[in-house]
Design a protein around this ligand. Structure first.
Ligand code: PGA
Length: 245
């Protein structure tokens, strides 16, 4: 597409087993080719596979991220939880925070803000997800919702160069429904005005090899957060190849 650095972030959600790491070998291969040197490929596997992914991608420029973290950065008495220190210690450089699937499970703006702070404290970069629900969209609340999520999520956060914003309309995740180009471009433009210039904006929601050619023409998008299609290396590679031409 362009000469700018593009992000391709694979969000594996609660999928994958101990053998899954072997499926990414072709992605590692293309990440090493000159043509794709302007791509930032980041895998966010479930916690259970982070170690395997870190080992497998060690000699490549692929980076690894977690899909969430606790509000406290350090160790502590929190059964079943993982802190940003632990994530960093495993070799991750990124963490997804504020995904709508976690917001649905109780992560409100304040909790998300605390999680972002904890991640930054440990030197992780944050993939900060925002997005409106279908109801909010129908009620013409989209921009207000995004404004609130950004304002509260990034409250008192200074190192904004460590934040990547991922715009993921909730109704678009895993549904195959994507905004029309013009509407998405307008939306991204509005979001851009809400954050400093240095904050990169990604799009997420049903990105796949079929719609990527179209999506990659949209202005001001610095990359994609990809769920379903990223678990299939052939599809993931297809998305990268069709974006960076
Ligand atoms: P999807 O998921 O690509 O399967 O829609 C995106 C996401 O949830 O980050």
């Amino acid at each position: 597409m362009t000469n700018k650095y593009m992000y391709f972030i694979a969000n594996w959600k609660m999928y994958g087993n101990i053998n899954s790491v072997n499926t990414i070998k072709n992605v590692i291969k293309i990440s090493k080719s000159k043509k794709y040197k302007k791509s930032n490929i980041i895998y966010c596997p479930p916690y259970t596979l982070i170690n395997e992914f870190v080992k497998k991608t060690k000699n490549s420029k692929i980076k690894i991220g977690a899909q969430n973290c606790h509000t406290e950065n350090n160790y502590g008495p929190h059964t079943g939880e993982i802190s940003s220190k632990m994530i960093k210690n495993l070799g991750c450089s990124y963490v997804i925070i504020g995904h709508s699937e976690n917001r649905k499970n109780g992560d409100n703006d304040r909790i998300i803000n605390l999680k972002i702070r904890s991640a930054l404290k440990e030197g992780l970069k944050v993939i900060f997800c925002i997005g409106e629900s279908l109801k909010e969209r129908k009620n013409k609340q989209t921009i207000n919702v995004l404004k609130r999520q950004i304002k509260k999520g990034l409250n008192k956060i200074k190192n904004l160069n460590k934040i990547i914003l991922a715009y993921e309309p909730v109704w678009s995740i895993g549904t195959g429904m994507v905004l029309k180009n013009k509407d998405l471009e307008d939306q991204i433009f509005k979001i851009k005005k809400l954050v400093p210039k240095k904050v990169k904006i990604l799009y997420g929601g049903s990105v796949n090899p079929k719609n990527i050619t179209n999506l990659s023409t949209i202005n001001n998008i610095s990359g994609f957060l990809i769920g379903g299609a990223s678990q299939n290396s052939k599809k993931f590679i297809d998305i990268i190849k069709k974006t960076i031409i």
